[in-house]
Design a protein around this ligand. Structure first.
Ligand code: TNX
Length: 492
C-alpha cells in the first residue's frame, strides 16, 4: 500500500534496484461532488477486506443508517476484526451545523458536531468507495475538512402540472442525499392540479387531484403519505418544503370550490393547458378567501415540520395582490413558521425574515434586498432545468432559447447576492411527464447545482467538476438514475 513512498526513498538513496517487485495497484482517486472545502491526499491507500469495525457512541442515527446501508450495498460486514471505522461527535465550532471531517489513515475517522455533518461524511466516504460490491476495497489516504457555503441547497419539483408518485420521490431523496442536497421544495398546487389532501376541503383532491396538464399524470398525496415522506426525507437529511401557490395559479382550487372565484360560476372546469396568469382567488371576497387560506395553511403546517412554508405569489397582477401576500405571510408567521414568496412578493409589506425566491433574471428586487430579505436563488437562465440539457431539446425555452446545459448551471455564481441563504434549481413539469423524463432533466445537472451551493466559487472549476462527476457515473447507475448522457462528461 505504501509502495510509492518507499520507491521515492529508495530512489533518493540511490538504491532503486532494491525496491521489492510487488504489483502496484493504481491508487483510487478522490472523486467527490460537491468539491470539499479542503482535501489533502496522503501517500498510499487503506485496504478494506471483508469487514469494518464500526465504533460510534450512538449519537448519530441518520449517519449510522446511511453507513449501514453503504456497508450492506458493498457487502462489508461489521466485525471486531475489521478495519476500524469511527463515527464521532466533536465540539468544533468551525464545522458549523453541517460540516465534517473525514480522515483515512490506518482507520477511517468521521467526525462532526451534528448528525447532519456525520451524514455528509458518510456520503463522501460512499463516493470514495466503488458503487457496487467487490472482493476488497482501497480507499485513498486523505484528510478532508468540509463545510457548505450555503445552508439551502435545493430543488423545487412541480408535482402540480404533472404528478410524481411517492416511490419516485423516495428514490429521488436518496439521490439528493448522495450530493448533500438538503431542501426539496414541493410545488403542490397550480392551475392544472391540486396534489395535497386537505381534510376540510375534500373536493380539492377529488376534483383538483384528478386533473393534470395535457399528457401529464393526475393524482394526489394523502396526508398520511406526506407524513411518511416527511419522515423518510428527514432521516436522510432532507427537509421537505411545501408550496401552496396563491393567489394566482389556482384554477384547480376554483374548479373544486367555485365560491373561491369572483363569478361563482357553478362549474368552471379544470384546466390542462400551459398558460399562466389567468386564475386568481377572489380577493374581493375576503370573508371567503382568508378563512380558506388559513384552514389550508393550518393543515399544511401540521404535516410539514419545515421552518419555512412557501405561499407562492408568482405571476399575477391584481390591485389587492400586495395586501393578500402580506396577510397570508402573516398567517404563516402566526403559525410559528417563516414564509417564502416568489420574488414578485417583494412589493408586499413583509417581516424582514421572510424569504424571497428569485427566479426571473433581471427582476428588480433591489428594494427587497436593501430591506435585508434573505434570498433563495433560482435564476431561470441558470437553474430552470425544465429547460433543455442542450439547445433544441423539446420543452420549455422561454427563459433561455439555448437551454440550460450542464456548463451553464455550473457557471452560476451566487456570491454577488449578499443576502442569499442558498440556491435552488426548479423543474417545472408542463412538458416533463414521466419518471424517466424527470430523471433525464435532473441528472447530472443537479450535481452541478449541489456543487454551486456547497463549494465556494473561487475554489471550484468546470474542468475539475467534469473529471470528478464523470467518474461518479457508476454511482448514478447503481441508484437506477436514467440520466441525460451528457457529452461533456463523456457519457454519450
Ligand atoms: C414560470 S417561475 C413559472 C411557472 C412555470 C415556469 C415554466 C414561476 C415562479 N412561475 O409557473 O411553470 O415558468 O418554465
Amino acid at each position: 500500500d505504501i509502495l510509492l513512498p518507499w520507491a521515492a526513498l529508495a530512489v533518493m538513496a540511490g538504491c532503486a534496484h532494491r525496491v521489492p517487485a510487488v504489483a502496484v495497484e493504481a491508487a483510487p482517486v478522490a472523486h467527490i461532488v460537491p468539491l470539499p472545502r479542503s482535501l489533502e491526499t496522503r501517500p498510499g491507500t487503506l485496504r478494506i477486506a471483508a469487514a469494518v469495525a464500526v465504533e460510534d457512541a450512538g449519537a448519530a442515527p441518520m449517519a449510522r443508517r446511511a453507513l449501514d446501508e453503504l456497508l450492506a450495498t458493498l457487502d462489508i460486514a461489521n466485525a471486531d476484526t475489521g478495519t476500524p471505522l469511527r463515527l464521532q461527535r466533536v465540539d468544533d465550532a468551525a464545522l458549523g451545523e453541517e460540516g465534517y471531517r473525514l480522515v483515512v489513515d490506518d482507520a477511517i475517522h468521521l467526525s462532526a458536531r451534528t448528525d447532519a455533518g456525520l451524514l455528509h461524511a458518510v456520503q463522501s466516504l460512499r463516493q470514495l468507495l466503488p458503487a457496487s460490491a467487490g472482493p476488497a476495497y482501497r480507499v485513498p489516504r486523505l484528510a478532508i475538512t468540509d463545510v457548505p457555503a450555503y445552508r439551502w441547497r435545493g430543488l423545487s419539483l412541480d408535482v402540480a402540472r404533472s404528478f410524481l408518485p411517492v416511490d419516485y420521490l423516495e428514490r429521488h431523496i436518496d439521490r439528493m442525499a448522495l450530493f448533500k442536497l438538503n431542501r426539496l421544495h414541493l410545488h403542490l398546487t397550480d392551475d392544472q392540479g391540486w396534489r395535497i389532501e386537505i381534510k376540510r376541503y375534500p373536493r380539492l383532491v377529488e376534483i383538483g387531484g384528478a386533473s393534470a396538464v395535457q399528457g401529464g399524470r393526475a393524482g394526489y398525496y394523502t396526508q398520511a403519505q406526506l407524513k411518511h415522506l416527511v419522515a423518510y426525507a428527514q432521516a436522510r437529511g432532507v427537509t421537505l418544503v411545501p408550496e401552496i401557490d396563491m393567489p394566482g395559479h389556482v384554477q384547480a382550487a376554483l374548479a373544486s370550490y367555485n365560491a373561491l372565484a369572483c363569478d361563482d360560476v357553478a362549474n368552471r372546469g379544470t384546466y390542462s393547458g400551459v398558460e399562466v396568469g389567468f386564475s386568481v382567488l377572489c380577493l374581493d371576497k375576503p370573508d371567503v378567501v382568508y378563512p380558506f387560506v388559513r384552514d389550508v395553511l393550518e393543515e399544511v403546517v401540521a404535516i410539514f415540520p419545515s421552518a419555512e412554508i412557501h405561499i407562492g405569489g408568482d405571476e399575477i397582477k391584481h390591485p389587492l395582490y400586495a395586501g393578500f401576500v402580506a396577510r397570508a405571510a402573516a398567517m404563516v408567521e402566526a403559525m410559528g413558521r417563516t414564509p417564502i414568496v416568489w420574488e414578485e412578493g417583494s412589493v408586499a409589506d413583509l417581516q424582514p425574515g421572510a424569504l424571497l425566491q428569485l427566479w426571473n433574471d433581471g427582476y428588480a428586487i433591489d428594494a427587497a434586498v436593501a430591506r435585508g430579505h434573505p434570498l433563495i436563488l433560482s435564476p431561470c437562465s441558470y437553474l430552470y432545468i425544465d429547460h433543455g440539457n442542450h439547445a433544441g431539446q423539446p420543452g420549455a425555452d422561454w427563459c433561455r432559447a439555448e437551454g440550460v446545459p450542464l456548463a451553464r448551471v455550473y457557471a452560476f455564481d451566487p456570491t454577488p447576492y449578499t443576502t442569499a441563504v442558498g440556491v435552488e434549481a426548479a423543474l417545472w413539469s408542463e412538458f416533463v411527464h414521466t419518471d424517466a423524463a424527470t430523471d433525464e432533466r435532473l441528472w447530472p445537472r443537479l450535481a452541478a447545482v449541489a456543487e454551486v451551493a456547497w463549494s465556494p466559487a473561487p475554489r471550484r472549476g468546470y474542468a475539475g467538476f467534469v473529471r470528478r462527476m464523470g467518474a461518479l457515473r457508476p454511482h448514478l447507475d447503481a441508484l437506477g438514475v436514467r440520466y441525460y448522457r451528457e457529452p461533456d462528461l463523456g457519457w454519450n
